[in-house]
Design a protein around this ligand. Structure first.
Ligand SMILES: O=C(O)C(=O)C[C@]1(C(=O)O)C=C[C@@H](O)C=C1
Length: 273
């Protein structure tokens, strides 16, 4: 089995991948960007890919949910990983001399208060670990990376500060994706994307009522623009019920009867670490 994740060595995605597939011993493929992971699954270069979808502080990772649709992928599993952000610098770098902080945008957003207090400017990288690698290679003492403690060890950087995220309790939810949809009779959740049949007042509340009337609990909802016309959206809805369950099948049938388009993006269970 081949599995792709966001590299280089030392990313949070790597930790998520290693822990999720612990006993499977897959062949690993490291990709340069989150989108490249999605594309590797779509192009059959790998059997599965694991990518971040949501963080406690930063919220939704849009490249993931937009890419799920554009690449026609399915969700097979989910893992929730605790995240501690570390400020890492080259040997002899002093915290008071750090003027620039490098990392991937979701990681920078998770540490906004800290960066503001430090009055540092930010520079975007494709991952926390690629930022850590660049700090090491730069040889500079006025820059630091936000990354994991493990990335610090991989690239031989010193810890300037630890747990610098805005909220101490911080998690990122990762999803495991495949190209083909598989039926999972033990799934406890379903992710749907619902495109309203027509834009009219209260359309979202009509859609949500379908779930509440069947006593289906929703765990996540995100609206994303259709990218075709300003003010038009589709809704990602995650429900706490497997797609094989009678009530979930009913909900989908009712949504379709009401003229909405409902597509199952996956049905899966959660692994919380
Ligand atoms: O850059 C990494 O280390 C990643 O695995 C990506 C990512 C993300 O984009 O959310 C994953 C978990 C953390 O929330 C921060 C970064």
């Amino acid at each position: 089995m081949k599995v792709a994740y966001l590299g280089p060595k030392g990313t949070f995605s790597e930790e998520a991948a290693f822990r999720y597939f612990e006993s499977d011993h897959p062949d690993w493929t490291m990709c340069d960007t989150i989108f490249d992971v999605l594309e590797a699954v779509k192009n059959n270069q790998v059997d599965q890919g694991i990518v971040p979808i949501e963080n406690t502080i930063e919220g939704t990772i849009n490249v993931t949910i937009d890419g799920l649709l554009s690449q026609g992928l399915h969700i097979e599993g989910e893992l929730i990983l605790p995240i501690g952000m570390y400020l890492l610098g080259a040997k002899d770098t002093k915290l008071e001399n750090v003027k620039e902080i490098w990392s991937i945008p979701p990681a920078l957003s998770q540490c906004q208060d800290y960066i503001h207090d430090l009055k540092a400017v930010v520079k975007h990288f494709n991952s926390t670990a690629s930022a850590a690698k660049a700090v090491k290679e730069s040889g500079r003492h006025d820059v630091a990376a936000i990354a994991s403690e493990w990335a610090g060890q991989v690239f031989g950087l010193n810890i300037l500060d630890r747990n610098i995220q805005d909220n101490l309790v911080n998690h990122t939810r990762f999803i495991v994706m495949t190209k083909e949809q598989k039926v999972n009779a033990n799934a406890s959740k379903t992710m749907l994307v619902v495109s309203p049949g027509e834009e009219r007042p209260g359309v979202l509340s009509v859609i949500l009522n379908v779930f509440s009337s069947l006593a289906i609990n929703l765990t996540w909802i995100e609206s994303r623009p259709t990218k075709k016309k300003l003010g038009t959206y589709r809704f990602f809805i995650e429900a706490e019920l497997g797609a094989h369950e009678m009530n979930m099948k009913k909900a989908i049938t009712i949504l379709e009867t009401l003229g909405h388009h409902a597509r199952v993006l996956g049905s899966y269970s959660t692994t919380k670490l």
